[in-house]
Design a protein. Structure first.
Length: 213
């Protein structure tokens, strides 16, 4: 393939290539996070392992559906996107209260930086929960032709992507590092990066609804 043809394909099909690129990065980071977790935590009790394995299975399936769907242009991609969003909604719902409680606890103990970050996380989680619900509902309605506003759907996807990156990709690792100090950089960043890359992939999948590119 000549350079000119490649650049032309990239220009007109950039949404597809970017969705595949970020979905691939997200899947690779998730596999790394799963591997690192079980290597470092092989002695955990069975209940903790069950909860963790269940969470990872859900994420793994959603990431796999998204990656395969973006590469093949198959409808299974939407199953992956909806599972992924639903999983995050559950997480954000619980983190709203956890972040608020942690923020109050840290501030009461004079840890103003951790307290402020936890409260900001909780507030952003509220926004992510609201826009995540709207995005989930609108995607289902758009696919069934009960909601036809592409601009509205794109806006929900964009805001949700930004909130996921701010919470999972930035605040969560920052809070973990400040709180625990000498924790492994790899273990702390892999899962947040996976979730953030998948948010980017989801955004480009959504904006591809406007065309076949």
């Amino acid at each position: 393939m000549s350079k000119g043809v490649f650049l032309q394909k990239l220009k007109y099909h950039y949404k597809r290539y970017l969705s595949i690129f970020f979905a691939s990065l997200g899947f690779a980071c998730l596999v790394g996070a799963i591997t690192d977790y079980f290597v470092e935590n092989s002695n955990l009790n069975s209940m903790t392992l069950f909860v963790t394995v269940w969470n990872y299975v859900i994420l793994f399936l959603s990431f796999l559906f998204i990656l395969v769907g973006t590469i093949r242009g198959a409808s299974v991609v939407w199953s992956g996107v909806l599972i992924y969003i639903f999983y995050l909604l559950w997480d954000f719902g619980s983190y709203i209260f956890i972040g608020a409680n942690d923020g109050y606890f840290f501030m009461a103990n004079g840890q103003w930086l951790l307290g402020s970050l936890s409260i900001i996380y909780s507030l952003l989680a509220i926004g992510a929960l609201v826009f995540g619900i709207l995005l989930y509902v609108r995607i289902r309605q758009f696919l069934s032709r009960r909601y036809m506003s592409y601009v509205g759907l794109r806006t929900y996807a964009l805001v949700f992507m930004i909130l996921v990156i701010l919470t999972y990709g930035i605040l969560q690792p920052a809070i973990t590092f400040i709180r625990l100090g000498n924790i492994s950089l790899l273990a702390t960043l892999l899962e947040p990066l996976a979730v953030s890359f998948e948010a980017l992939a989801t955004f480009f999948i959504v904006i591809r609804l406007k065309s076949s590119y």
